[in-house]
Write a protein that binds this ligand. Sequence first.
Ligand code: ADP
Length: 330
Amino acid sequence: MFNSARLKLTAWYLLIIMVISCSFSVVIYRSLVSEIDRIAAMQRSRVERRFDFGLFPQQIIDPEIFEETKRRILLTLGFINGAIFVISGGTGFLLAGRTLSPIAAMMDEQNRFVSDASHEFRTPLTSLKIAMEVYLREKKHTLQETKSLITESIVEVNKLQSLSDSLLQLTSHRQNGKTEFRKQSLKKIIDTSLHKVSSIASQKEIKITTNINDYKISCDQESLVQLLVVVLDNAIKYSTEKSKVIVSSKKIDGSVLIQITDFGIGIKKSDIAHIFDRFYRADSARSKVGSGGYGLGLSIAKKIVEDHKGSINVKSEPNKGSTFSILLPI
Ligand code: ADP
């Protein structure tokens, strides 16, 4: 598909260039021919005057010379147009490749995204289908069995809902220019985020301590809360019970640095490079903790940080913990 689009675009480039080039060639040919005819007419009248009608001017000025000149002009213009055709065909093909390659990359990414997403949807959908098929196969059911099927189904439906919510968040942050930036209090944003994760923290009896310096930063408040909730939620999710999470903020040059530190399972060096990729989950996250995440949180977080012209990175050591650092311009 890429190649046929590339050929089509090259053909359009060529068509435009050749129409322009041929039109100019016609104009050039016509003006040169009329100039030659004018010179021939001038010569004829001069000769007529000088030879006092003794000789026929045609005998002195050979009209063949003029015809030959016209033929040569035509040939040269034809040659130039041929060269333009070949050169612009080659260059057009290269340029078409360059023009289309970001679009092709975008389409590849889109296709990967769709196939990753459908892959993630398949697991809960399959469990739901199997549970219902098994239920239908048996003729009689106790109330208890029916209740347990519905409970299992709700768990799967919740998973599907959280996946579709994450996908929606990710795609809405992919459309640039949507976020509205206003001066907001950083402390207020952090407090709102902490409030949102407080119940899951208390479920695991995790204590969150803060060392926050307040600054006014230009941002989209809702997105920043979402970003901090993702990182805080991970810090809690990947920590053992009764451990600690520290949240701090300070000013560095023209930016504010927000750090979230946990003392949980940590991240292997080989995983660190990928955790911001969509649908990436480290093995430890899948097996040890059973987080139930889809590997979308940090890619949403990264997108939000990029929308704010900031950066996010992580330092981590397995079994010791992780520190996520978010740098945002004030
Ligand atoms: P998930 O929904 O799986 O948590 P994320 O995109 O938020 O997806 O995180 C991607 C992966 O990064 C996780 O699966 C986990 O392996 C790792 N990770 C993120 N935060 C932490 C953390 N604080 N401690 C340990 N591992 C983490």
